[in-house]
Design a binder for this molecule. Sequence first.
Ligand SMILES: NC(=O)c1ccc[n+]([C@@H]2O[C@H](COP(=O)([O-])OP(=O)(O)OC[C@H]3O[C@@H](n4cnc5c(N)ncnc54)[C@H](O)[C@@H]3O)[C@@H](O)[C@H]2O)c1
Length: 285
Amino acid sequence: MYEELEIASSVKKQFDLTGCKVAITGGAGFLGVQFAEAIAEMGGIPILLDFNQELLQKAGERLKASGFTEHKLYEIDITDEANCKDVVGQIINELSRIDVLINSAALTKAGIEDSNADFFAPFEDTDQNLWDAGFKVNLTGTQIMCKLIGSLMLEQRKGSIINIASDVGVISPDQRIYQPDGNGYKGVPFNSPAFYAVSKAGVIHLSKFLATYWAQYNVRVNSISPAGVYRNHEPGFVEKLSAKIPMGRMAQPNEFKGAIAFLASDASSFVTGHNLVIDGGRTVW
Ligand SMILES: NC(=O)c1ccc[n+]([C@@H]2O[C@H](COP(=O)([O-])OP(=O)(O)OC[C@H]3O[C@@H](n4cnc5c(N)ncnc54)[C@H](O)[C@@H]3O)[C@@H](O)[C@H]2O)c1
């Protein structure tokens, strides 16, 4: 067993992803593109999977503009197992293997534009269709992709799966940061819905379950739990949230790239079942 292990002694080589094929669900999203860049910068081939064709094209153009011409784009609906099987089959036909899977797709407000559901309704008024849709994308979609691509990794006797969870999958969101405080802060027209936090807790545990289940096959499964990423939010909200974070600020979108390079590569060859919380200390307080 020890003789078969091929872990480079150089840490630079351990981080190297040259030729590594990395499937990224939600790869056209705000953070998905960052993850794709991280993979490409380390020499890997990002395979962006997303159901938003327009965003996919934009993400492809952005990668090209940065000089990362070796990437692939596939349209997929991760809640539709037959479609996922078809897309994974196409990837294998074209690239012969998938070394790393990053599950970043999640249901956001834009994903329910066609329905009348109120994404930010109070828990007491939960629209059950929205609850189901949230679990279907965030948890079931992640499970489907782990099942299909993890099975291929078992045959390869090597693979790394990184599931993107959230700080609110670890701690309960503090709803007071969204509400008016009576001291001039008017609150914001959004909150952190229950389906989101609970499905992300599920993602963290699915990762732990699969980590031990597949450990003997050298297929590693970890999760990353980011805290809120700054995206031109209202100053009052940023102040409220930052006060909850020991480092006193929200995350920048590129602050997860190092973690992606680490967990995707042999630099983390003995790391499995870990939930890497990247939150400026928020969950420590
Ligand atoms: N941005 C943040 O502040 C933040 C904080 C903590 C955790 N996260 C998590 O990080 C991940 C990425 O977040 P983001 O900000 O890039 O979100 P995003 O909404 O920009 O990207 C999500 C992507 O998933 C795609 N998607 C949704 N449903 C899909 C489906 N059924 N099939 C295929 N693709 C689908 C969307 O088209 C979108 O491109 C998510 O899992 C999110 O929950 C984000």
